[in-house]
Design a binder for this molecule. Structure first.
Ligand code: HEM
Length: 204
C-alpha cells in the first residue's frame, strides 16, 4: 500500500524544469562552441553563440529566483547536511545505491516532509547549486562582459582562468545531470520521482 504526501510546491517544480531545459540548451550549444568544426557543426557557430548567450542570461535569472525563493520559503535548510554522522549516512546511502537496491532492500532514509533529501543528496545538491552554479554563471557573465576580467592573472591572459573554470564547472554540472537522471529512477517505481517533480506528490 503506497502513501502520498504533497512534497514539492509549484515554484520548485517550475524552477526545476526551466533550469533543466536551459541546462540542456546550454550543453548542446556549449558543446557546439567548444568543439567547433566548420565542416561538421552540431549547431552553426554564430547561432550557437546567440542561443548560448540568451539561455545563459535566462539561467542567471532562474538562479536568482531559486536563491531568493529558497531563502523566503526556508527550503534552503533541506540542502544543509545535518550532523552528527553525515559521513556514515552518506556511506550507508552509497552502499544502498550500489548494492542494497539490487537486492530489494528498503530505502535507508525514506523521504519525509521535514527531511526530503538523504545526507548524500543534500551534500551533492549543495555542492552543485551553491558552488558550481554560481561559479558557472559568474564566469559566463565575465565572458559576456570581458571588460570586467582582470588583465593578467599569474602572468597569464586574465580570461584564461575564467575560460577554464567555466568549462570545468559546466562539465561537472553535465556529469551531475546524467547521474541525477539515473538516481531519479530509484524511487518506489522507476517513474515515481519524475512524477513527483511534475505533480508535487511524493509516493512511498
Ligand atoms: C532532464 C534533466 C533532469 C531530470 C530528469 C531531473 C529529475 C529530477 C527529479 C526526479 C527530482 C526529484 C527527486 C529529488 O528531489 O532528488 C529532481 C530534483 C532536483 N533536481 Fe533535477 N532533474 C534534471 C536536471 C537537473 C539539473 C540540470 C539540475 C541542476 C543543475 C537539477 C537539480 C535538482 C535539484 C536541486 C533538485 C531538488 C529540488 C528541491 O526539492 O529543492 N536537476 N530532479
Amino acid at each position: 500500500m503506497s502513501e502520498r504526501v504533497y512534497l514539492l510546491p509549484l515554484w520548485i517544480r517550475l524552477w526545476h524544469w526551466t533550469n533543466a531545459l536551459l541546462i540542456i540548451t546550454l550543453t548542446i550549444t556549449g558543446v557546439s562552441l567548444h568543439f567547433a568544426d566548420p565542416k561538421l557543426p552540431l549547431v552553426e557557430f554564430s547561432l550557437a553563440a546567440r542561443i548560448h548567450d540568451l539561455a545563459g542570461l535566462a539561467l542567471v535569472a532562474a538562479y536568482g529566483f531559486f536563491v531568493i525563493a529558497n531563502i523566503v520559503s526556508g527550503n534552503w535548510w533541506q540542502y544543509v547536511p545535518k550532523p552528527p554522522g553525515i559521513l556514515d549516512r552518506c556511506m550507508k546511502q552509497a552502499r544502498w545505491y550500489l548494492w542494497g537496491i539490487f537486492k530489494g532492500e528498503p530505502h535507508p532514509y525514506p523521504v519525509t516532509l521535514e527531511v526530503n533529501f538523504n545526507a548524500m543528496q543534500a551534500l551533492i545538491y549543495w555542492f552543485i547549486m551553491y558552488l558550481m552554479m554560481p561559479t558557472l554563471l559568474i564566469t559566463g557573465l565575465i565572458f559576456m562582459f570581458p571588460q570586467f576580467a582582470p588583465d593578467r592573472v599569474f602572468d597569464m591572459d586574465g580570461l584564461l582562468p575564467v575560460a577554464v573554470l567555466h568549462y570545468l564547472t559546466g562539465t561537472v554540472i553535465v556529469l551531475f545531470m546524467i547521474a541525477h537522471m539515473y538516481l531519479g529512477t530509484t524511487g518506489h517505481t522507476v517513474t515515481t520521482m519524475f512524477k513527483t517533480m511534475i505533480t508535487g506528490w511524493h509516493e512511498h
